[in-house]
Write a protein that binds this ligand. Structure first.
Ligand code: SF4
Length: 92
């Protein structure tokens, strides 16, 4: 089974206007930020037309990879979604 097929089994409740991850403002992305565009399993990070890294937290699985990667650098702000929002895992 492909990873993508597994991800489709998850459901995600978007907390509109209150994203739980924010990328700190930057002129050009740090190596850490660029790495996020590769390591996020849900492809939440991408480089925009201005060459800055953006996050779309819809679909985030709360795996914590980006949080750990940027813990020292402070490139992102990360908090768990409010209760009831965010990813709902379904297994099997
Ligand atoms: Fe991607 Fe995981 Fe970070 Fe969510 S917590 S944005 S799934 S790396």
């Amino acid at each position: 089974v492909r990873m993508e097929d597994k991800l489709y089994q998850n459901r995600y409740l978007v907390d509109a206007g209150r994203p739980h991850i924010k990328v700190r403002q930057h002129q050009s992305p740090s190596p850490n930020l660029l790495a996020l565009t590769l390591v996020c399993p849900a492809n939440c990070y991408e480089v925009n037309d201005n060459g800055q890294v953006e996050v779309t937290a819809d679909g985030c699985m709360e795996c914590g990879t980006c949080r750990v990667l940027c813990e020292e650098s402070g490139d992102i702000d990360w908090s768990y979604p409010r209760g009831g929002f965010g990813v709902l895992f379904k297994f099997g």
